[in-house]
Structures are given as structure tokens and as C-alpha cells.
Write a protein that binds this ligand. Sequence first.
Ligand code: 5GP
Ligand code: MG
Length: 461
Amino acid sequence: MAGPKHSCGVVGMNATYNVVPSLQRALLVIQHRGQESAGLSVFDGKYVQTIKNNGLVDAVLNENSLRSISGNCGVGHVRYSTTGSHGAINAQPLTVQSVKGTVAIAHNGDITNYHALRENYFKQGWSFLTDSDSEIIARILSKHLYSTDEPFAAIREMMSELDGAYALAIMINGRLFGVRDPHGIRPLCIGKTEGGHIIVSESAALISLGAEFVRDVEPGEIVEIKDDIILSDKPKGPINKAHCMFEWTYFARPDSVMDGRCVYDVRKKIGIILAREAPADVDLVMPIPDSGRAHAIGYSVESGVPYEEGFMKNRFVGRTFILPDQSARENAVAMKMNPIRSTIEGKRILIVDDSIVRGTTLMKLIKLLRSAGAKEVHVRIGCPPVIAPCYYGVDMKTRDQFIACTHTVDQIRQSIGADSLAYISINGLVEALEIPKEDLCLACVDGIYPTRIDGEKYRYD
Ligand code: 5GP
Ligand code: MG
């Protein structure tokens, strides 16, 4: 059985004051990284208390539920599960009792050797409470905490057993650690508040807390976050970075800066490059809200074609992308977006979106544009065709989902009903990111993976 796959958000904080309100606020800022469950664990000097459940941050971590807990050190999590179990049992942080005290873990990413590890530990007589890869991380860490006195060494040993993507906030008996997998696939950064430090998936959370950005956690690095200082242990030997490009094109908030590049700036630059690579004779440029907005602004700036909003998005309709069947997804997209007829009618329109996966969103929205009187509809996409699964925590799992695996660009154009369609090139995307190609994970668009995965091409072979 497939374990739950998730691209989530994590936070950890250590301060001279109660960190619960700040953890809750940081989780609200990274809510887009996971809307299925939310939770936090804090250490009150003696015990770890955890509040977690299915639901959004403001429902699970409300004034009432938070009233009873406080502490100077804690970790928090928002979870975006895709396949596998959606039960509250998989909500995080996950806590286990180790010989060195309570371990609380918040995890973003996917452990690709999860099944092999689980089989191996089953044979050694272990059993598990959940089918989540985060539990195996917690238990392997506990095992190494038994055999070594130093948490840094135990975490390093744990990392040597894990493959795949992981950004972790770990609390061990009231001590806080941040960990990033050796390729730095998922983001994690450090901020400073008055009297404390915070680690969080996205720097946007620091702005909301009035915290100062300190730096990213480096690939393979372990940091201990104290209220006044940061201790670090870096891997020996060369580092092969592989930052997930989809964080910038779709997943992260535009106001976050990750590995030195602001998400908004990257998206705008993608739009600029798209305008150079694939110009069009049109009257207006429009974004698919919200994820295509910065891309569309860049396209408009570079091409000189005026920018307009053509859709109003209903923020209260939840995620359409993970609904289980096609007609449900199409209906939900239509419920979520209303066309603004006065900007559309009689116009040749170019719409910009961040990505095409199945093609559902655009098929539906182009119909809406035409019914609102659009004369022509041209489409530009800020991510090259998605052709290969993500094993590192983004909800793109099987090749049969990807329209670009079975259709040429022209066939996709026909199937979504567009007058023209162009995607940014891989080189164009890399240029927009301003990060060397070898430091990126582009597996979903080039099929070459930075870690070994059975049946897939490995980058370092
Ligand atoms: P499609 O409708 O082609 O299947 O998916 C593309 C649309 O879904 C784009 O508008 C993009 O913003 C959004 N999208 C792409 N990847 C994901 C994802 O992993 N999760 C969610 N919720 N939406 C996604
Ligand atoms: Mg979108």
C-alpha cells in the first residue's frame, strides 16, 4: 500500500517567551502548503503537549484549543496529503517517547526508501502506528538516540538511512533541530525574533512575525535552534544540490525567498522569458488566479500587451486539483472561477498559468472565456510539460495523469480548446530561476532524478 504522500509545511521555534502564538501565526502563513491537517507540539519545561487534527489552522489551532498549552520551544505542521490515508492519525507533529525524552517531528517531503525501510524494520520485530513515512523517521531517530549521546550524531545517523526529500523540524526533549535533506529538495530557512529563533518552510512567515531572515538551512545541514544562537553541523564531502523548481513555479508563496531567489521575481521573469520565447498578437494578457498572476505580469511587461483580470476566484472553494474524479474536478474549477465579461468580450486574450498537469483547469476555463465572448484564447505556461512523477512530495504521482505523456503540444492545444499553446522551455525556466541547472531538481519535466529510484533515470549514473 502506498504511504501518504505530502508536500507540507513545517515550523519550529525556540524563544525566551511562549512560542505558541507565533507558531500558530507562522502556520497560518504557510497554510497553502497543506490544508488537510494542522498541529503543534510545545515543550513546557517538563512535558510535550500536542494539539493536532484534520482541518485548517484556524479551526484546529483556535483560541480555545491553544489556551491550555504554552512553552518556550515547539514545532508545528500543516499537512497536504494526497494518496494514502487521510485520517487524523497521520496529522503531525508526530511524537514518540525515546530514551532521551519525547521526540516531536514535523516533516515536509517524501522518504523514497520508506517501503524498504519499513520491510526491514518489520523483520526486526518493529511495528508502526501509522503508514506515514514521518513515523519511520521518528523511530529511526529514537533508535540512534539510544546508541549515541549527542543528538547531532543521532540525526546524522538517521539521515544516512533516509533517501528522498525531507525538511524537518525536530524537538528532542525541548531542544530544537532543523534538518534539510542532502540535496535541499524542499526549502527550510532560519529567522530571528527578539529573544528567539525560528525555522520555517517559507520566509513569508518571517515577515508576518516581524522576524529577520537569517539564512537558508543548507542541503544536508543540521542546525540546533536556541533562543540566542544557532549551532550547525554540515555534511562532509561534496554537496549535490537539487532544489525543487516547482516550489518557485507553483507551490510557494510569491512573497517567500528560497535559496536566494524571491518566488515573485522568478515567476515574473518566467513571464518575461515566455513573452520572448512565444510572442502572440493579442489584445490582453490575463492570469489564471492566483498561481499564474506574477507570470502574467511578466508577460505583459515584456510584450507591452495590457494586463487585465479576467477571472474572479472564489477563495472559499477548496482545492480542486486533488478531487478524485474528473467531473468533480471540472465542476469544482467552474465553481471556483467566474469570468469578468466586460474585460473578455470581443477580445483576443492570452492567458498565463503556472502549469498544466492533466489539463482540467484550462479546458474548463477556456470554455468559460469563450462563453463570455472571447474572440481568441491563447495559452502560455510557466512550467515545461510535466511528464514524470514527483517522488519528493508534490502531488503528481503517475504518468497516466499527465496529458503531456500521451499528447503532443498541438494535441493538448486542441484538447483544451486554445487557439495557440506554448510552454516555457527548460532552459528558459532555468534562466528565470537564476540557479545553475545542476543545482535544481527538474525531474517532473526531464525525467532525471537526483536520488536513486527503481525504474527511473538517476542523475549521477
Ligand atoms: P491541471 O488542471 O492541468 O490538472 O493542473 C494545473 C493547475 O493546477 C494549475 O492551475 C496549477 O496552478 C494547479 N496545480 C498544479 N500542481 C498542483 C498541485 O500539486 N496541487 C494543486 N492543488 N494544484 C496544482
Ligand atoms: Mg492554478
